[in-house]
Ligand binder design. Structure first.
Ligand code: HXC
Length: 452
């Protein structure tokens, strides 16, 4: 035991188990009114036991974090307590869903616990997380910052990508925690709660015919497409404000829970970048770990070019996304809704990397690059010497586009079917029903050498 004799009631954390919508969950909630919710030896032992129980029972663990961090008066005992929590959180990763709700401060190394979990919820004007507080920052860097600027929900939901969800008030936040739990399996050996009936419905959605403009550069909101596909139009978007050029979210199609990954033309024209690839790769791995089928909606001009992106590790993070899809063994359905160019086409769950089913809308263009760029590369000299370059360009671009149609891709087997957009929901539902019994053995190895 530590040298401290002070053992206040609860030691600053309430632990236990209960049910959400009739399903078992384990919870620990830190109490800031007891020594600032700081983590001492007994506090840590209670948290560790709760994680152990959740693992034994195969049930999700939810933490409500509100703590000043390591209890200073208990010294290394409290650090040792954190170590035990980190170890258990990593052991539980991919085995049971782990959710962190930040309802106050979460300072210092303590912030690594939420960072190791699957989802982090934050509340505006309530939550903050940082490694070192404003006083230390002022002393070291001479910068004056507030708690909120340094570690508030805006920073973590828009810039660092640490917060998966952000809310204006606690009650909305906790409602969404419950809703998220209702979409997840209790552990990696089970599927998510299934509300599907036998046989997929034949659901025609005419709105899908008009949602996506045919011209490849015209902006629209991809979440409108996702909403049309999902039951009740309910998409629980993860990391909505971070890397918004990629949409990741959970919903249901005909009662079956699916993870949706999509390009978002409203931001960066839907191009993939370092942050977007990180966001999607983590989400794909989560879905794969917890048996959630993936539906990938593709409209991608490529990877975002430039010095910034190369420096930010677009290749490194893009590789993570490729890796995440390649190793995913859950049912995977790709729907190409407009264009799919270059490496980004492959990365967005193409057949070549293991997608089970690839569907394309009739106006789709699939190729190494867009027609204009391709003609620039292939015919620069002829165009420079042509007496009517614009006529020649149009003709060359048309010829290139003719090779990029989904019908050509279907003939080659790169796409399984070309479908009426209005039939997308029913086609995906039929695909999911077909793939329900999919079983693929992962390669026999401890784990791949690519931590996320
Ligand atoms: C012991 C603590 C404490 C701590 C707060 N308290 N943090 N007691 N250990 N870490 C106590 C305070 O003494 C006070 O007790 C009560 O909690 C409320 O704290 P206040 O400071 O009055 O509250 P507030 O003004 O809201 O400020 C909250 C705070 C501040 C910003 C979190 O308390 C703070 O900066 N705490 C220290 C944060 C920190 O540096 N933690 C260590 C991080 S390093 P009384 O008796 O007056 O009510 C770390 C290492 C982990 O955690 C390593 C893992 C690898």
């Amino acid at each position: 035991m530590s040298g401290s004799t002070e053992r206040p009631h609860t030691d600053g954390v309430v632990t236990g188990s209960g049910e959400i919508h009739g399903r078992r969950v384990f919870v620990y909630a830190q109490d800031f009114t007891i020594l600032g919710g700081s983590l001492g030896e007994s506090h840590a032992a209670k948290v560790q036991k709760t994680i152990d129980m959740a693992m034994r029972c195969g049930a999700p663990i939810i933490s409500l974090q509100d703590s000043g961090g390591a209890r200073i008066q208990e010294g290394v005992h409290s650090l040792n307590g954190y170590g035990g929590i980190f170890k258990r959180t990593v052991d539980a990763s991919g085995v049971i869903p782990q959710i962190s709700v930040i309802l106050g401060p979460c300072a210092g190394g303590a912030a690594y616990t939420p960072a190791l979990t699957d989802f982090v919820f934050m509340v505006r004007d309530v939550s903050y997380m940082y490694l070192t507080g404003p006083d230390v920052v002022a002393a070291v860097n001479g910068h004056t910052v507030t708690h909120d600027e340094l570690g508030g929900p805006s920073l973590h939901s828009e810039i660092s990508g640490l917060a998966s969800f952000v809310y204006d008030d606690e009650s909305d936040c906790l409602n969404d925690v419950r809703y998220l739990v209702s979409l997840l399996p209790s552990n990696c050996l089970n599927g998510p709660p299934d509300e599907s009936s036998c046989g997929a419905s034949e659901d025609i959605r005419p709105a899908l015919r008009d949602l996506v403009p045919v011209e490849s550069h015209v902006v629209y909101d991809m979440t409108d497409v996702a909403v049309e596909l999902l039951d009740g139009g309910d998409l629980l978007e993860v990391h909505e404000h971070w890397a918004p050029n990629v949409v990741c979210g959970i919903g249901r199609i005909d009662g079956a829970v699916v993870g949706v990954v999509a390009n978002q033309p409203q931001h960066l024209a839907g191009a993939l970048d370092a942050d977007g690839a990180q966001k999607a790769s983590r989400f794909v791995r989560f879905c794969d770990a917890f048996n959630i089928p993936l539906v990938t909606l593709v409209d991608v001009p490529g990877f975002l070019p430039g010095l910034d992106q190369e420096g930010m590790g677009a290749i490194r993070h893009g590789a993570k996304l490729l890796y995440a899809y390649c190793e995913a063994t859950v049912p995977r359905i790709q729907v190409i809704v407009r264009k799919a160019y270059g490496g980004a086409f492959i990365v967005m769950d193409s057949r070549s990397i293991g997608s089970d089913l690839s569907l394309a809308w009739p106006t789709t263009e699939v190729g190494v690059m867009g027609a204009t760029a391709a003609v620039n590369v292939l015919h620069r000299r002829e165009l420079a010497e042509a007496s009517h370059p614009s006529g020649m360009r149009n003709e060359l671009e048309e010829r290139y586009r003719a090779l990029s149609t989904p019908y050509v891709q279907a003939q080659e087997g790169f796409v399984d079917d070309v479908i009426d957009p209005a039939e997308t929901r029913s086609a995906v539902a039929r695909g999911l029903a077909m793939l329900r019994s999919k079983s693929v053995d992962a390669p026999a190895r401890k784990h791949g050498n690519l931590p996320l």
